[in-house]
Design a protein. Structure first.
Length: 305
């Protein structure tokens, strides 16, 4: 990946917040914006360019068509209709799957060696379907998954523990949605098991997790959509790919036998590098967590079928 060239498909609030987050980090050499509303993208381009004298040397371009998708390293897919109040992520599946089928193959045709980062919800279903449609090598198509849920969970735990989130190693796994779960048996704080910390019990952990589950709905109710935090997640994952960092994130990836599961995409800890998901880590789960992961896969499979 010598180009450090990233394309964002979808010019809505998530896509453009992600573009802004990437510009602030300065890791991307060229950022390509694509949306059906080309004039809007030109406006976004001008707005971003006005800040570049403070930020660095990222080149911002607008794709007029898919012919402008040559030599892209990472395609970030944020196009689609967003979640409305009272609507679940899974309600979006039919509408957004059509958009994936229409757009993504044309983009990948121009850059067949790119890594595809799926963001549009329901992210697990769309990641699974995109991987089948595109038929790229393993790991090259993955979704943001429960990265944001995990970030929310660590934040709420940090409020209770009075410890920096960076020292809290706790994951939300499974579906990016209602069947997700906190993998408590694998959670630690600075090397100490989460449940062995004085004052911490399963009830407190469950309260933190409920805040995670309700977070998106609260934000949507208050301001219509959530986009800043997921934009930071996208920027982090893009950086991990471009830097070949081998960092571990809970991302949605097609599972092929790991954890005894198949024919589904959901979030488990994965090593992220230049090839996308370079390793699916099979961590030891408690019986409860194993059952939660199986339940999550069954929920998703019903929709896929």
């Amino acid at each position: 990946m010598k180009n450090n060239k990233v394309a964002i498909i979808g010019g809505g609030r998530v896509g453009m917040s992600a573009a802004f987050a990437m510009l602030l980090k300065g890791k991307v050499r060229e950022l390509v914006l694509y949306d059906r509303d080309i004039e809007k993208m030109k406006g976004e381009q001008l707005d971003f360019e006005d800040a570049l004298s403070f930020l660095g040397s990222t080149k911002v371009t607008v794709a007029q068509s898919f012919k402008d998708f040559k030599d892209i390293d990472i395609i970030v897919f944020t196009a689609g209709v967003s979640q409305k109040p009272g609507e679940s992520r899974l309600d979006l599946v039919k509408k957004n799957l059509e958009i994936v089928k229409e757009i993504l193959p044309k983009a990948v045709e121009q850059s067949p060696n790119s890594v595809i980062l799926m963001v549009t919800n329901p992210v697990d279903i769309l990641t699974y379907e995109a991987s089948k449609i595109l038929n790229l090598p393993k790991g090259r198509v993955f979704g943001t998954g429960t990265c944001l849920d995990t970030s929310r969970f660590r934040f709420h735990l940090s409020e209770v523990l009075k410890i920096n989130t960076k020292n809290i190693h706790a994951y939300i796994l499974g579906e990016h949605g209602d069947s997700s779960f906190p993998a408590i048996s694998n959670s630690d704080v600075g090397g100490q098991q989460l449940l062995s910390i004085p004052g911490i019990n399963e009830k407190i952990i469950e309260e933190c997790y409920l805040k995670v589950k309700n977070s998106a709905a609260s934000i949507i109710q208050a301001k219509g959509a959530s986009f800043y935090a997921i934009a930071v997640v996208i920027s982090e994952l893009v950086e991990a790919i471009l830097d070949d960092s081998k960092r571990v994130y809970p991302v949605s990836t097609p599972i092929d036998g790991q954890y005894g599961l198949k024919e589904v995409s959901l979030s488990v800890p994965c090593v992220i590098g230049r090839g996308g998901v370079e390793e699916i880590m099979e961590i030891t789960l408690s019986e409860k967590d194993k059952n939660n992961l199986i339940n999550s896969s069954e929920v998703l499979k019903k929709i896929i079928e």
